[in-house]
Design a protein around this ligand. Structure first.
Ligand SMILES: [Zn+2]
Ligand SMILES: [Zn+2]
Ligand SMILES: [Zn+2]
Length: 278
């Protein structure tokens, strides 16, 4: 399985679009891995995860032809993960027809796509198919077994995280925009064990010692999730753990500072353009 991590930031990017805090100044000055666009990933060049406002730029910088990609999992209905204005660009006269793309996500997220297209007087069937997924019900998508697990995040945005298994027995857990996992997620994984090769975890709060609001994690929470997954047998010493989805609002979120602290705890740190093969 080849995972291309196209973007790694929370909603406003790093540097924040209208921000000039110390972290954003550092990012503007150092560039490279310090620049973070909105979170998105691509599995084996064919299964997209999330559709942020930076999708267009991700395609240009990573040589991705979006007209060839037919499947996109959406974690939830927040603008940094689902930028509907660009789905509109698939309509006749704007995008190539005859190459359908299907968006998958929990029902509320899928309803939001259809409502948006209807409000724009666009027939959704001309633009994109949507397929609602139910929590904890594995579904075959693009040859992968995909299971949506409940995320602890803004309920109104119908959030989930994804377990994705390929036909060769490799598995990843894509887990951004969630607090420390709900017990029901661990319960499901205990009853339906998956051994993950790679686990990506929300780290919006970086090295902040305490949470300032719920719905995201810091490095300490990432470590707690990793320990719990190991205890359940869903991860072992070969599993790669990677902190992902960063915000300039926290402390210790520059790549330079965070990656050092994360490495000491056995964690990778995601950066835009990172490629991981498992
Ligand atoms: Zn987000
Ligand atoms: Zn900032
Ligand atoms: Zn969110």
């Amino acid at each position: 399985m080849k995972i291309q991590i196209l973007g790694t930031a929370a909603a406003e990017g790093v540097p924040g679009i209208f921000c000039d805090c110390k972290t954003c100044q550092f990012a503007r000055e150092h560039k490279g891995r310090e620049i973070r666009t909105r979170s998105q990933a691509l599995i084996d060049g064919k299964l997209l995860i999330d559709f942020p406002p930076d999708t267009y730029m991700h395609c240009l910088t990573n040589d991705i032809n979006l007209s060839k990609i037919q499947h996109c999992l959406v974690t939830h209905n927040h603008q940094d993960h689902l930028y509907m204005e660009d789905i509109r660009m698939k309509m006749p006269g704007f995008g190539l027809q005859g190459y359908p793309i299907t968006f998958y996500g929990l029902e509320g997220t899928m309803r939001a796509i259809n409502s948006y297209l209807h409000a724009q007087m666009i027939d959704p069937s001309e633009v994109a198919k949507v397929q609602p997924l139910a929590l904890y019900e594995p579904t075959k998508i693009a040859g992968y077994k995909v299971t949506a697990l409940k995320a602890w995040h803004d309920e109104k945005a119908t959030p989930c995280i994804y377990a994705i298994e390929d036909s060769e027995g490799k598995a990843i857990l894509y887990g951004n925009d969630t607090n420390y996992f709900y017990e029901e997620v661990f319960d499901y994984l205990e009853k339906n064990p998956i051994r993950f090769d790679l686990v990506l975890l929300d780290c919006t709060f970086g090295l902040l010692p305490e949470m300032t609001w719920i719905g995201h994690m810091n490095l300490n929470d990432n470590i707690k999730v990793a320990e719990r997954l190991k205890k359940l047998g869903c991860a072992d010493e070969k599993t790669l753990f990677c902190s992902h989805h960063f915000s300039h609002n926290a402390v210790g979120v520059t790549y330079a500072e965070f990656s050092k602290a994360a490495e000491e705890k056995g964690f990778l740190t995601s950066y835009d353009g990172m490629v991981i093969e498992v």
